[in-house]
Design a protein around this ligand. Structure first.
Ligand SMILES: [Zn+2]
Length: 100
């Protein structure tokens, strides 16, 4: 197995692991969709950050009874929580009506 990790193509330098086990919220047109745990890496030169290392399954899904409680705990937490959208149109609130 290669020991080379992730490389910033722009700066041509290896990324550094910034935080392991960061909480990531997958957003959909209707709001939070799933909660994942992943790793945050950053470029030491340009500061570009990338979230990688998602598990095969999310920690929690929006249709689960406990989902809202988990979201509430994340909102109150001091730890960074990263939200992401699958597409730019969903991020801009123009997700099509098929979502959900
Ligand atoms: Zn860089």
């Amino acid at each position: 197995m290669s020991t080379i990790g992730k490389v910033c193509a722009k700066c041509r330098i290896e990324l550094r692991a910034k935080k392991n086990g960061v909480m990531v919220v997958e957003m959909a047109g209707f709001g939070p969709c799933a909660i994942h745990q992943a790793d945050l890496w950053a470029c030491p030169e340009c500061g570009m950050e990338v979230v990688v290392g998602f598990g095969r399954k999310a920690c929690a899904y929006h249709y689960e009874e406990t989902f809202e409680a988990v979201m509430e705990r994340l909102r109150r937490s001091d730890d960074p929580v990263i939200e992401f959208w699958a597409t730019q149109s969903e991020k801009e609130g123009q997700g099509d009506a098929h979502a959900g």
